[in-house]
Design a protein. Sequence first.
Lengths: 419, 177
Amino acid sequence: MPVSYDLMKPTTLTREEGAEDRWTLNFGPQHPATHTTLRLVLELDGERVVDVTPDIGFLHSGFEKLGEHLDYNQYVVVVERMNYVSPINNDLSWHAAVEKLFGIEVTPRCKAIRTILGELGRIQDHLLNIGCSGLDLGGFTAFLYGFNEREQIYDLIEQISGSRFHPSYTRVGGLAQDVPPGWTDRVLDFVRNRLPPALRDVETLLLRNRIFIERTKGIGVISRDDAINWSLTGPVARASGVRRDLRKDEPYWCFADNWDGRGAPAVPFKVPIATGGDVYARFLVRLEEIRQSCAIIEQVVRMLPDGPINAAPDAQVTLPNKKEIYFSIEGLIHHFEKIMSNRGFRPPVGEAYGATETANGEQGFYVASDGGRTPYRARCRPPSFMNYQVFPQLLRGHQISDVPAVLNSLNIIAAELDR
Amino acid sequence: MATRDAVAALQERFPELDLAPRPLVTYADGRASDQLWVRVPAERLVEVCRFLRDDPRTRFEQLCDLTCLDYLNFPGATDRFGVIYSLLSLTHNHRLWLKVFVNDPDPAVPSVTGIWRGAEWPEREVYDMFGIRFTGHPDLRRILMPQNFTAYPLRKDYPLTGRGEREDFAVVTRDSA
């Protein structure tokens, strides 16, 4: 039953004479176990959770409204603040959708670099999540192993864009700049030598840890049909046996056949599926996805093609590279023509939806254009938001100590949830 | 099975409605996007959605997304709001977009939460941001904005800055909470 707004206010924990012995407990928004700013109102019968009412919106910052006032390149700075655990994936999803609206196909080299970055982002996200699945149950060490390796990914991102956290690396039809020399070797070193030992450490700590298994198996179960009906995507859905991965089902970049225009086959990899549908199954799926991402990165790095990173350099959408801007008058004029608010490039009038498989699931953007410089509407389909609505369903009947475990297994990122 | 077959099945079932599929965007060189949308009248929405979910030729088991567009001053638009349903079939791996157009005053659309449970929060969000009422929704409250917020911030006539700002709200103290 929905809780009325009066119940959302903090109240004294009393009950009426003769009523059922239930307590209302306020959990968050400032609580270490919620990871981010979200609030739950729990209705408890002793330690058993009878009902949960999530109260969200604390981090709502009007990202979609801002999107209507920034142009197609500027808005990337805002979108990557959505899922800040893997910021690069937001960039990639946004420009995948925008390129669908413009009808642009990016170059093979750009596709390959985007594929590598997308997988690095997935690893980054999953490392935090599997680390936290230990942390939330009282095992701090796994978290540190995971976080340590995230640091390596920050370094790799810094080397391509100059900033560790929010790279703003993609542009309409391409990338801000090419990757520096030697970067791919460092990526290979990371996925071959740095990450596998750390994964083994996390695995040894948690995978067959009796306490961990007892606290995660059979907790927060959702069936396959329910997962589909509740619009779940990503590892949460796949842990319930839903066979769906956009990289396989709606292939893009290096996941599509003939991605380099010369008959290259799609990058082979396996989509891990579990059938348990519980917290443990989600942990297993994420762990295996990291391994698959490593395999994808290794293959793509090996066949990274040369060539331009921006689609159709004479087309109206891509910015000239910085060398041209600073050292030639034509380049400077070209640059001004693109970025000045009374010039710029114009998409066709219409709408488009583009999505990529991010660590949390399908992150898509529904972009509408009235032919102007800025989008008419920049709707984000946030996987956290769609996944979080099933949360009360997962938790009813469990103990209060299962709340952080289930919350973490959905991997809710509040900035993406509230936008 | 392509999306067009699903639309054909839909047209066969509802011959009295104009369900012609249209591309979401047509590019400057004349190519059309392969993403198709269909206009559905609000009063037939639930019926159409139930058919699309259950018929073996369509099987749209998942509501991928639900959002809204305020078509105020949009070139060529005749209606104010378009509620957009993004449907996904896992069986056939195809997508279809439904648009339901509604107008002021009191824009209302029947809720599809009875068909896809995943519509609950997106419908609340559209209500919160555009003020579109979803009749039959189990818990239609604001979701992102505070409960005492009065305007609908994603409407096109709502400015980016200047209204509903933090300074305009009364400070809640411990005693008044």
